[in-house]
Design a protein around this ligand. Sequence first.
Ligand SMILES: [Zn+2]
Length: 468
Amino acid sequence: MATLVCRPGDPQALKAATAAAAAGASLAVLPLAEAAQWKKLLADSSNAAAGRQLFLVLPDGSALTDPNAIARYLGGALPPQLNLAVESWIEWEEAALRPAVYGGSSDALAAAVQRVKDGLAGGKRFLAGSGSQPSLADLVVYATLSPLAGSPSVAAVQPWLDALAAEPAVVAAAEQVALGASASDAAGAFLADADAARAAAPKLPIPGQRNILITSALPYVNNVPHLGNIIGCVLSADVYARFARARGYNVVYVCGTDEYGTATETKALEEGLTCQQICDKYHAIHKAIYEWFDIGFDKFGRTPTRAQTQIGQDIFRTLQQRGCLVEQTMEQLYSEPLGKFLADRFVIGTCPKCKYEDARGDQCDACGSLLNPTELINPKCKLTGSTPVVKQTKHVFLDLPKLSDDLQAYIDRTSTLGGWSSNCVQVTKAWMEQGLKVRCITRDLKWGTPVPLEGYEDKRLTGKAKSG
Ligand SMILES: [Zn+2]
């Protein structure tokens, strides 16, 4: 006998139990909370049933997890069989009805209810089949609509819902999956699933409404966040997101871990892990901490996505086509044992200014001078202790000087028009008076967005190339 493991009153469990009862298949039902013997199954993430709230354990020990697959398995003997109408209703239930019922979109739900009403037009008793018994399609559609029975949203099909609720198979199944819980307790499974569905549904701009996109600076994925990350980064955006939601605006608050770049490779070397392992580890830590603080992201993602690569490379190609990029060769320290260029902080040596012996490649802690690693006297690789060699490396730079005149004209126009603060005007003026310099947008890295340019196979785009 197959065993259905479920939460009390779950409508998707009702679907399975109704199919079994109507088809005369025997079925045991076990509450998820008491499914001790399936604990191992639930803990094994390679198993399809892991983490599921509903699954059917078959006599051979394998499991089905898809609610409609379970219903088909248990209700397979129900007439009419191999019927196109039955199949298309079951597919529609999964593709359209369930997202509408659980996702909470009232327009989609109204359209779905209308579709059921149309399916019953002409005084038909059931959606599919012609017998006196409901088809599997009726049972599948009924189960998903059942939590809404009696509410105005399903009034148009209430007589059909009432008739099915009175079917002996449905009565027996409802009692079986209630597992002794009261009807109000049992609603919990549906409400929890509906919450999860709403949280997972993509949020899109709504025409004619105030749509607000909020983001906070993406935290690097090379550390455990501290209170400063919360206060200085994600909290202020969260407060604004909550304010805007309370005002009824359509808000999307997006953030995620910034996973590409030198910082990740550096951390991976330090911890003896791969870059991917570092990112997986610290992404999980960041996510858990922000969840603990109840930061209300609509999405907390990760930067290595196909879309991110496409957008980054697109920007690069556009800049190249417009002649905004220049190539320059620079000298950098290279570690032969490691086979890679060294990040500044991995080089130590003697400060050329004050002769302090433990100066870092980017700064001397004794005299505070900002340094280039190639300036250090007697430089050493911090990781291997070997002496790095100076190697030439070609990089792509953003030709900012070329844009100076255009930028100055833009600043003159918008600083007045946009009412910039005097502080902002002064800082901008100081930058422009210094003169803009070319800005390097590639790095000698393997972990990151590939540079779409020949000869740059071992280099990656910097974060600034994409955000700047
Ligand atoms: Zn110094």
